[in-house]
Design a protein around this ligand. Structure first.
Ligand SMILES: C[C@@](CO)(OP(=O)(O)O)[C@H](O)COP(=O)(O)OP(=O)(O)OC[C@H]1O[C@@H](n2ccc(N)nc2=O)[C@H](O)[C@@H]1O
Ligand SMILES: Nc1ncnc2c1ncn2[C@@H]1O[C@H](COP(=O)(O)OP(=O)(O)O)[C@@H](O)[C@H]1O
Length: 330
């Protein structure tokens, strides 16, 4: 039988990212508060587990996965071999975990989320494949088996199975609590150069100056969270142009200010994208003006909103197209 699943695959920002000490497994302790965005890729998963799908020319049964990717809106081509694509790894790992040994999985990614940006695009695509295949195989995408597969693929992957606004602990991969998701308009800007997550963490160790965020225990709503990212200084060390981008974005009219009068601007995770929260009141126009100004400076720029969901398998006719989505999904 052939099944086609189209999956909404959103980006994220870290409203707070508090990295701690390096652990014995080489990873760092991380308290991360992630918030989903309406900026998204679309991932189409076609599962064919009919007999013809897995008989190779020699008549033996086979398991085959292929991945293709189309990029949009000035995002460069994703230069990774299909088997290195995290979406491929997600399909292979889930099939193994659930004991599926035969079939053909064809994955296509429509990429609107820039990579090496700290927006979690690859992690979201991996979660989208898990959600799509779980639907096709009649499994629960919130099961421990699916979460185990997600965690093994990367620290950011479990968040996308949940979405909205979530606090995560341990390596930044264990769900601890949820917040009422933020609302409102966000502008994202990104210079051409990316930052590798590994390089940012290595620079963090060199700096050896761990800063702590204030307690968020009494906070219920993402809108009340002060922005915080103690990995940003390390990323700015790796890519000094990030500091200039932060200062430029903070100086733009229409960017919201916190109680202390500071611009609500923060590096996205390890970078190299930076986000700004836009003031309420005519926020779409204010965001459009900031996006236009960033594009004139040669940056990739987009406005979007905070979202209350994570990856989501779309149902019904028109699910294959972003514009034709049968109902509003955020
Ligand atoms: C920094 C964050 C913030 O959300 O993401 P990005 O901003 O890059 O998207 C995360 O901590 C990244 O998560 P993710 O991108 O899934 O990282 P992984 O693939 O698990 O790990 C990539 C590398 O980052 C380092 N790493 C990651 C997580 C962690 N808690 N400690 C680490 O030291 C390790 O060197 C690891 O080999
Ligand atoms: N499906 C994918 N989407 C994006 N990047 C991918 C994917 N598969 C593998 N990668 C690799 O992962 C790297 C970082 O991916 P990404 O999740 O976008 O990072 P970040 O969250 O830091 O922006 C990319 O440079 C690319 O080499």
């Amino acid at each position: 039988m052939k099944q086609t699943l189209t999956v909404f695959s959103p980006a994220k920002v870290n409203l707070q990212l508090e990295i701690g000490e390096r652990r014995t497994d080489g990873f760092h302790q991380a308290k991360s508060i992630m918030q989903a965005l309406t900026l998204h890729d679309m991932v189409t998963v076609v599962l064919d587990d009919g007999v013809d799908a897995y008989l190779n020319p020699n008549g033996f049964s086979d398991f085959a996965i292929d991945v293709t990717c189309t990029t949009f809106e000035g995002i460069p081509e994703l230069d990774v071999a299909p088997e290195s694509n995290i979406a491929y790894k997600a399909a292979a790992a889930l099939a193994e975990k659930l004991g599926h040994e035969q079939g053909h999985i064809s994955i296509h990614i429509e990429k609107h989320i820039p990579f090496e940006a700290g927006l979690g695009g690859g992690s979201s695509n991996a979660a989208a494949v898990i959600a799509g295949l779980c639907r096709a195989w009649g499994e629960d995408a919130a099961s421990e088996a699916a979460l185990d597969v997600a965690r093994a693929l990367g620290a950011d992957v479990p968040f996308f199975l949940h979405g909205g606004c979530v606090q995560l602990g341990e390596k930044g991969d264990v769900l601890e609590r949820t917040f009422e998701p933020a609302r409102g308009t966000v502008v994202l800007v990104k210079i051409d150069e990316g930052v590798s997550t590994k390089a940012a963490y290595a620079a963090f160790d060199e700096l050896a100056a761990v800063q702590h965020a204030e307690s968020t225990d009494a906070i219920e709503s993402a809108a009340e969270l002060p922005l915080f990212n103690n990995l940003a200084a390390a990323s700015e060390q790796v890519l000094p142009a990030l500091a200039e981008t932060r200062e430029w974005l903070a100086s733009q009219p229409g960017v919201a200010r916190d109680a202390a009068g500071e611009a609500e601007v923060l590096l996205c995770g390890s970078g190299s994208a930076t986000f700004a929260i836009v003031e309420d009141g005519d926020s779409i126009r204010k965001a459009a003006d900031i996006v236009a100004a960033a594009k004139l400076k040669g940056m990739w720029a987009r406005s979007c909103s905070f979202a209350s969901i994570g990856v989501r398998v779309l149902d019904g006719q028109g699910a294959g197209s972003n514009l034709g989505a049968p109902r509003k999904i955020w």
